[in-house]
Design a protein around this ligand. Sequence first.
Ligand code: GLN
Length: 494
Amino acid sequence: MSAYEELDATALAESIVRGERTAEETTADALRVIDERNDELFAFVSVDREGALARARALDERRAAGEAPGPLHGVPVALKANMCLAGAEVSCASKILAGYRPPYTATFVQRLIDAGAVPVGMTNMDEFAMGSSSENSAFGVTRNPWDVTRTPGGSSSGSAVAVASGMVPIALGSDTGGSVRQPAAMCGIVGYKPTYGRVSRYGLVAFGSSLDQVSPFARSTRDACRVMEVISGPDELDSTCVDAPPVAAGAGTGALAGLRVGVPPEYFPDDLDADVRACVEAAIEAMRAKGAEIVPVSLPHTDVAIPTYYVVATAEASSNLARYDGVRYGPRAEGDGTLQGMFAATRDAGFGDEVKRRILLGTYVLSSGYHEAWYGRALRVRRLLADEFDVAFQEVDVVACPTAPTAAFSLGEKSADPVAMYLSDTMTVPASLAGLPACSVPCGFVGARDAQLPVGLQVIGRPLADELVLAVARAFEAATDHRRRPPRSAGGAA
Ligand code: GLN
């Protein structure tokens, strides 16, 4: 492990500002680690070596000329391949967008750049963010640095691995139903999904617009807070962005003493992996030992969250993905020469199986005659799930539960069974449907001594309680030391 890999983003920015290293050296360090590990792990689909070094040099020059540094001064950052950066290839890991280079930059990416961060490349993902394992990427699988035969989780697989393997200290993913929290748990890092609307979606390629949230990965909650401070806050380019101030970076100095933590039995079903259960129960015990009051709460409709999500998210996806027709973006297939034939041939060649499955499902649940029975009913269940959380939050400050029902599973294990794959999001989807802030923080390991895999504790809060959720995650992190171990393939102990 080099000094670069040991520092978190906050410490790196501070050391650059103190003049102990330059932004250019720091970027070169990131590129070196990417060179060493990307062939094996495939976190990045593209790396902008020259652009990143030029940006870092410009930061060093502006600093030398006396310009005040931003909170992420010189910090290398990875972006998921569904995030717009003018001129970069934004493929969403789909053949249908191969070669697409947006002419504009997302609000959250611009805010990162304005804060001094240096985007180094775009990361692999499940196609259009649909998946939980990286296996739906059109470009290949990303591997878990804890065990390269296993998935890193998904869909923000590459961003999670880029952080977990020491390539970059921070990265952005998008979380629609768990795509940041679940891979964060499986890679042993922090993943934070904000309250819906806390971060502008302008420049994030849409999947399920009422669910999608740009969400940071980091090796510490301190860094997750810092990224949130930079990227959150109102944006006139996204009308669903809430009118709340940016998340305060100081969030997360809270204590556990006196806190009321709700534990819902529905998140500990009989088929929950026994080791994961033991690990999360021990984490909750650790919160109690630090003075939190543990209170049972009931969230009785948790079991219908997955079917509800797969109606709402597919409905929105079928509409959002209608724009990929061979006219406006990406490659075109000619088909039989008619306009309809060109659309069909382009979409048939361009989309992978899972994306097609979801477009079909979403089109069906919105179709005339079935709309009310499926989509309308799903919206009512969604309301019910949010109301249940509201009731729970009258009793408790936060809810604590597992992030995922298992640790990282083997590549190939679920890829032939979409429903088994969907069920790996059972514990993240409810907070997404309810629009709630939720953080996955490392809480321990399972498995044999020489093959341990990380587990995540999920902390969920009421709408706009982003600061509290981060504070609780940070207090838990401070009381434990799970995040300090680097994964085996990133120079960690076996
Ligand atoms: N795994 C879930 C899905 O496939 C969630 C994806 C996401 O959050 N982008 O839809």
